[in-house]
Design a protein around this ligand. Sequence first.
Ligand SMILES: Cc1cc2nc3c(=O)[nH]c(=O)nc-3n(C[C@H](O)[C@H](O)[C@H](O)COP(=O)(O)OP(=O)(O)OC[C@H]3O[C@@H](n4cnc5c(N)ncnc54)[C@H](O)[C@@H]3O)c2cc1C
Ligand code: SF4
Length: 331
Amino acid sequence: MDSFEYHRPSTQKQASLLLTSSPRAHVVSGNTDLLGEMKQGLVHPESLVSLADVEGMKVFHINGNESKLGSMVTLSDIVDSKYLKVNFPALVEAAASVATPQIRSIGTLGGNLCQRPRCWYYRSPLFDCLKKGGNKCFAVGGLDKYHSIIGGEKCWIVHPSDIAVALTALDAKVKIFGPSGYKNMKIDDFFVGPGIDIHNENVLKEGEFVSSIEISCDDKSSSTFLKFKERQSMDFALASAAVSISLAEGKIHRAGVALGGIAPIPWRLQEIEEYMMGIPIDDLRCSDEFSAKVESSLGDAKPMSENNAYKIDLAISHLKRALDKVIQDLC
Ligand SMILES: Cc1cc2nc3c(=O)[nH]c(=O)nc-3n(C[C@H](O)[C@H](O)[C@H](O)COP(=O)(O)OP(=O)(O)OC[C@H]3O[C@@H](n4cnc5c(N)ncnc54)[C@H](O)[C@@H]3O)c2cc1C
Ligand code: SF4
């Protein structure tokens, strides 16, 4: 590993300034992902800017139905929160499904959302693939069992973050701090696929970092996150599904549905969400039309080969189970 400077600023402004001082400055939170990248020689930081001492980054603030989670909140903090368990079960279930207790106690919310892909060609220093500035995607015609079945274009990674899938279904907002201060955006606008930017998985620019996440809950709502992994001890998702539904007078007035492990970004199923709006929750339970829509919701999927085609059935079966669970909770 090359030598590097290590900074521990105490304000977001200082952190942003330090990040703009060198094109090879990297923001670091729990370092459970970045350290691996450094050891594998995938990144060569000139300086690391730690958010550990930055004021206000570990906040967990509840104001009425609105919650704000600082990006330095750890995944264990999320798992242990009784408030989140009651109001945002999908987020807690996603956090609990990540890695091991040791990694969850250090890994942070911001770091989880901004972790780099797990494509084995990307992670190996032996393959100079398109994402790393090379001229070839080695997954095409290569080992593609874990790669995307939809939304891949030139690069076929799947987004590795389970939390991102849950937060997409929960319609979270991302608050970014950078050289021009704060900006807020919907979580859907935060992640970008390879068709827009093949080198990065989000819209962060030089000097910017995730400051916090905001989520809001409704009086009558339920959510869940289900994940399938190859190894039961700890593993990334082969496929996952997150569903969040809110009711007003027995009818659905907000629906969030997202799939993970199948695309370079958390995959929102907007058609399913729109179909559910305004429908009495009881009617949804026995609607053949709705079942057919769910069954065909990955109709546009194009697996890379027969090796990753299994992900269509896996994702749909998890989606059905997640929908059933949330609908049952609310009936
Ligand atoms: C063995 C293992 C198994 C895992 N299994 C899973 C899993 O099943 N599901 C899952 O979702 N994840 C999994 N992970 C990933 C793990 O969740 C992440 O490593 C962790 O959440 C990253 O958090 P961190 O704070 O340590 O990030 P860091 O390692 O500090 O940073 C990760 C990346 O994000 C950037 N970054 C950090 N904080 C910010 C910020 N606030 N704003 C902008 N950029 C930032 C860094 O520059 C770096 O590129 C696993 C990791 C390991 C090592
Ligand atoms: S899927 Fe993306 S990261 Fe993996 S080899 Fe292809 S270009 Fe590289």
